[in-house]
Design a protein around this ligand. Structure first.
Ligand code: HEC
Ligand code: HEC
Length: 218
């Protein structure tokens, strides 16, 4: 083989390797939900058989959340922009394809919801107000402007909040305030969370938790 051909072949191989490495980091491949379903037996101990989560333990609902959002979260745990000892160790052991498959599986599920707790009408009213119009004086935008009307989510970027466990919503808002979660582009959530008072957080958490979650559609 003449010298320039060898160089060309080498370049081509190097380019292919780069492509392979990039594809491994950001999987654009569609997830295979049935295969994902074979990988989640451990996950269901905490996230439930149908992805319903567990309120008291702050284990989030995953059912019907968008596949793109779920896959991003697994990638973020692996990359270290979201802290949680258990989730980081699971995510680090997964390939990008496993993440996509598991995400597609949970995105396809419908799960039972928690019994809506509507005992504190004043708290729910305050939550509804923050969610739908925000608080201009405090510089807090309406949650609905990103998370959609009634917390139904706007896939692929904005997760649904309707029917998510209140305890988990509160834990995430705290995690952004404290910097344990820093995976939101342009610090959209972290800057907003710092403007919320403890009462605001209790109000939006209680409000979103008692709404019906959207049906899986993506
Ligand atoms: C021991 C309990 C436990 C197990 C087992 C577990 N998780 Fe989690 N998972 C959690 C907790 C707690 C959180 C919230 C952590 C945080 O605050 O970031 C979480 C968060 C997540 C999130 C982010 C959800 C969101 O709305 O942002 C995804 C996705 C997820 N887990 C998927 C999985 C998968 C897939 C498995 C199995 C490979 C798994 N989990 C196993 C407890 C668990
Ligand atoms: C400017 C857009 C924007 C606004 C306004 C906004 N959010 Fe978010 N929110 C996001 C994005 C983006 C994410 C997902 C970040 C990521 O990729 O992890 C998110 C995620 C969340 C999550 C985590 C969900 C999960 O499953 O872990 C909670 C809880 C949340 N937002 C609550 C709120 C509340 C409450 C409000 C209103 C007070 C609000 N958000 C307003 C952009 C926004």
């Amino acid at each position: 083989m003449n010298r320039s051909l060898v160089v060309l072949a080498g370049l081509a191989a190097a380019t292919l390797l780069q492509f392979a490495a990039a594809a491994d980091r950001v999987s654009t491949a569609a997830g295979n939900a049935p295969h994902g379903g074979q990988l989640v037996s451990t996950c269901s101990h905490c996230h439930g058989q149908q992805g319903e989560g567990l309120a008291v333990s702050r284990f989030p609902r995953l059912a019907g959340q968008s596949a793109a959002y779920l896959a991003k979260q697994l990638g973020d745990y692996a990359a270290g922009t979201r802290d949680n000892a258990v989730m980081v160790s699971f995510a680090k052991a997964m390939s990008a394809q496993d993440m996509a498959d598991i995400a597609a599986y949970y995105a396809s599920l419908t799960a039972p919801t928690v019994t809506p707790d509507r005992t504190d009408a004043k708290l729910l009213d305050a939550g509804h107000k923050l969610a739908s119009v925000g608080d201009t004086a405090a510089g807090i935008p309406a949650c609905a402007s990103c998370h959609g009307p009634d917390g139904r989510g706007q896939p692929p970027v904005f997760p649904y909040l309707a029917g998510q466990h209140a305890e988990y919503i509160t834990a995430q808002l705290d995690a952004w305030r404290e910097g344990a979660r820093r995976n939101d582009s342009d610090a959209q959530m972290s800057s907003l969370a710092r403007k919320l008072s403890a009462t605001d957080i209790a109000a939006v958490s209680a409000y979103f938790a008692q709404l019906p979650p959207p049906k899986p559609q993506r």
